[in-house]
Ligand binder design. Structure first.
Ligand code: PLP
Length: 381
């Protein structure tokens, strides 16, 4: 059968690394996972308990398309708690993960052929989802002096219909402060481009609190998720905050695309919002891991790294060591038994000279991974 040209999206290279790691494990080898972008922990206990209780009494059928009203209200309250922002719960849309939010946002905001700016390096699925929807992703190569975040000069005159940013970002963990975020919003709006802010790593911050675009403007889409801080990747539940006059547009699309986000996950998510003690304990593990990574990666020979402000990744420039990050990652897996992600996933051009290390797992694993990386680099000479 014939395929659409829209369907010709690239694979997620990290999945190939994960498959190679799985094969090694099947053959009896212990692999340290520094490739996966998800917490090693499960959903908070209170979330699982709330779901178990509701399973006894509730049929858990469809919810309304915008999501459980109690969850929308609780998320609105979170904006008061985290940022001091007073948010109307009517603007909150519950989505099947932030991935579902991207589909809704891109469909609601853009017409076929529209050009949407994304920072490079950046989360690979932005590019692929845009392509699959018949939109044109425009890579904005970011500069090290801007900590690999876009600045207005990167998209001046590019005639964009949209600009997508992430703070903290994947793969770098760098953040946009008030001034940087404000400058991007202003420049995007001056160009008539819709501003979309991916805030999925909020809550996982080390030095300063992350800034939400909603502190600066109501004229934006904010996308977030229960996958990272709330440690619920497989539950497929996230949310979006949209301007009041966009709610009905998004609701109509959500009704038709998804009907609703998984009801069981919405019940669990509502309880997860009150599990801060457990989630802060997870954060303490990331903090300890980050410290180890920043101390020991340079000692191992990965010297060109920038301290991440948030998320659980270190992005390393390894262009002095290789011009083929894919082959280098395969070599590290083969020789050291450590799975890492080639930068090509995040930046199709400069990613040939970069790697992403994830430190989302238990501290003992991170220590062992660093031991192995150190020994590997020493042997490589
Ligand atoms: C920056 C970023 N946005 C979105 C996602 C997708 O997350 P979700 O599980 O909410 O669909 C990820 C996943 O790693 C990510 O890193």
């Amino acid at each position: 059968m014939r395929n659409s040209s829209r369907s010709a999206v690239d694979p997620f290279i990290v999945m190939d690394v994960m498959e190679a790691a799985r094969r090694s494990e099947e053959a009896g080898r212990r692999i340290i996972h520094m490739e996966v972008g998800q917490p090693g922990t499960g959903a908070p206990k209170g979330a699982a308990e709330a779901l178990a209780k509701s399973l006894e009494t509730d049929a858990l059928g469809y919810t309304v398309a915008l999501g459980l009203p109690a969850l929308r209200q609780r998320i609105a309250r979170l904006y008061g708690e985290w940022y001091g922002v007073d948010l109307n719960p009517e603007r909150v849309v519950i989505t099947p993960g932030s991935s579902g939010g991207f589909l809704l946002a891109f469909t609601a905001l853009f017409d076929s052929g529209d050009r949407v700016g994304i920072g490079a390096p950046g989360y690979p699925s932005y590019r692929q989802i845009l392509r699959a929807l018949g939109l044109v992703p425009v890579d904005l190569p970011t500069a090290p002096e801007n900590r690999l975040q876009p600045v207005p000069a990167d998209f001046a005159g590019l005639d964009l219909a949209g600009l997508m940013v992430a703070s903290p970002a994947n793969p770098t963990g760098t953040m946009l402060d008030h001034a940087a975020m404000g400058a991007l919003i202003e420049a995007a709006q001056a160009q008539g481009a819709s501003f979309i802010s991916d805030e999925i790593y909020h809550g996982i911050e080390y030095e300063a609190k992350a800034v939400t675009a909603l502190e600066l403007t109501d004229e934006c889409y904010v996308i977030n998720s229960f996958s990272k801080y709330f440690s619920m990747t497989g539950w497929r539940v996230g949310w979006m905050v949209v301007p009041e006059d966009q709610v009905r547009v998004v609701e109509r699309i959500a009704q038709n695309m998804f009907i609703c986000a998984p009801h069981a996950s919405q019940v669990a998510a509502l309880a997860a919002l009150d599990c801060d003690a457990e989630l802060q304990a997870n954060l303490d593990v990331y903090k300890a891991n980050r410290k180890l990574m920043l101390e020991r990666l340079p000692k191992a020979g990965f010297t060109r790294i920038a301290p991440p402000d948030g998320a659980f990744y270190v992005y390393a420039d390894v262009s002095d060591l290789t011009d083929d990050s894919r082959a280098f990652a395969a070599e590290i897996l083969e020789q050291a038994g450590v799975a890492v992600t080639p930068g090509l996933d995040f930046d199709p051009v400069r990613g040939a000279g970069t790697l992403r290390f994830s430190y989302a797992r238990a501290t003992a694993d991170i220590e062992e991974g660093l031991d192995r990386l150190e020994a590997f680099m020493k042997a490589r000479g």
